[in-house]
Design a binder for this molecule. Structure first.
Ligand SMILES: Cc1cc2nc3c(=O)[nH]c(=O)nc-3n(C[C@H](O)[C@H](O)[C@H](O)COP(=O)(O)O)c2cc1C
Length: 413
């Protein structure tokens, strides 16, 4: 099986409850509600499902971090902020298969004991938010969401919360602050959201694709899930391929898919028959790979071993005509703009890197500018509350390291 997240993608009207149910939709929820919640947690632990939001943290382990006392209020949040450049996978699920997400959330909420959930969706996805609101209403009207779900007495409501266009609000604790009505600034961890999350209550937060994987695991069992992918990276991934390829798009394949095959076969190769220069394999935060480094498989361990990360699975393909200093300049601009300003190394560091990149591109770079950028990247790494600074440093730092000659050729004094 190539996958299950997009398997029904071509079915007309899948966003409607009627069509979704005709294709087995909500069968997994029915099965789940007949089981003790602890058994669902065990199934997710056994599946070894890892989060699809970037860090790849094991989902079941996160659920197990919740305090044992189930009488306390708990929340479930679906992270649909999708603000990382080069990442556009979650929208495929939400727009075309919204009930898959609702079903996954309802099962997860039942397992962890949450009565209220939020889908935090980026503001730019306004039309998708409307699709979700409609689907939730449909589920409520048919006893699949809200009170007394499927006549079991279980209650779970989902609220769609629109973000306001800030990348940092995809960071889980900034997102929580944002729902609470505050500025989106990350919290110091620990305590982690499982102990102290939304409104100070235990909270589980997951990416859209993580949650959408849950109905399959419940319906088919953890072993079926583990038949796809490879040890350490089971299941499928939604690979969003963009940039200089003939067939950009979102493609679902088991984890462990060859990056070369994704670019040259699935996405139709490089536009205009040009040569490949570089690939950013996991959203803009991921360290760039040179063309001679693409014989790697797309899974957590292999990309780490190759000096990059799977991240969001968003693959940015760059052809031979691309100027890497220009890519670094745009990348630095993005991170400097999106830094929330809370941590000095990130706030100042990303802005100085942007300043240095701007002057290198303008032909006014000083001899020490490249070394200075690398010093700043080292300085930012490990010294911030959240991973935004780390991402900025890793991505720009690797571009400079791997394509140093191009940067040096722009220095004039
Ligand atoms: C700056 C920043 C932005 C992030 N944006 C997103 C996002 O848009 N969507 C997402 O799922 N995770 C995002 N994350 C990761 C979340 O903090 C969190 O790890 C994730 O939602 C957990 O879900 P998972 O366990 O399903 O992977 C971001 C992290 C950082 C540091």
């Amino acid at each position: 099986m190539e996958g299950f997240l997009l398997r029904n993608r071509d079915i007309k009207g899948l966003h409607s409850l009627e069509v979704y149910r005709k294709h087995g939709g909500y069968d997994a929820l029915k099965k789940a509600l007949a089981m003790p919640p602890e058994d669902i947690v065990s199934m997710v632990v056994e599946s070894e499902l890892r989060g699809r939001g970037g860090a790849g943290f094991p989902a079941g382990m996160k659920w197990k971090f919740l305090p044992a006392d189930r009488s306390k209020k708990r929340y479930l949040i679906c992270n649909a902020d999708e603000g990382e450049p080069g990442t556009f996978k979650d929208r495929q699920i939400m727009e075309f298969d919204p009930h898959l997400l609702i079903e996954g959330m309802t099962i997860a909420a039942y397992a962890i004991g949450a009565c209220l959930g939020f889908i935090y969706i980026r503001g730019e996805y306004d039309w998708i938010a409307k699709v979700l609101v409609r689907a939730i209403k449909e589920a409520e009207d048919n006893g699949l969401s809200g009170s007394n779900i499927l006549g079991t007495g279980y209650q779970f409501c989902i609220d769609v919360f629109r973000g306001a266009g800030s990348y940092i609000c995809g960071e889980e604790t900034a997102l929580i602050e944002s729902i609470e009505g505050k500025a989106g600034r990350p919290r110091l961890k620990p305590p982690f959201p499982a102990a102290y999350g939304l409104f100070g209550e235990p909270t589980v937060i997951h990416n859209v694709a993580t949650i959408a994987s849950i109905p399959f695991i419940i319906e088919n069992g953890p072993e079926a899930f583990k038949e796809m992918g490879k040890p350490g990276s089971y299941g499928t991934e939604l690979f969003g391929v963009c940039g200089h390829v003939n067939k950009p798009g979102v493609y679902e394949y088991p984890m462990g898919m060859s990056l070369r095959k994704l670019i040259y076969e699935v996405a139709g190769g490089i536009k205009g028959g040009k040569k490949l220069k570089a690939v950013i394999p996991g959203g803009l935060s991921a360290p760039v790979l040179r063309a001679d480094e693409i014989d790697v498989t797309m899974d957590f361990e292999s990309l780490l071993a190759a000096g990059s990360v799977l991240g969001t699975g968003g693959i940015i393909v760059l052809d031979e005509d691309v100027s890497m200093p220009h890519v670094a300049q745009k990348t630095a601009k993005f991170f400097a703009h999106e830094s929330c300003g809370e941590c000095t190394p990130c706030r100042e560091g990303t802005n100085v890197i942007k300043f240095l990149m701007d002057r290198i591109i303008a032909g006014q770079g000083a001899p020490d500018d490249i070394a200075q950028i690398q010093r700043l990247c080292r300085y930012i790494r490990g010294s911030t509350i959240c991973a935004l600074g780390e991402a900025a440093a890793m991505s720009v730092g690797t571009m400079v390291k791997k394509f140093r000659g191009e940067f040096e050729s722009l220095l004039t004094r």
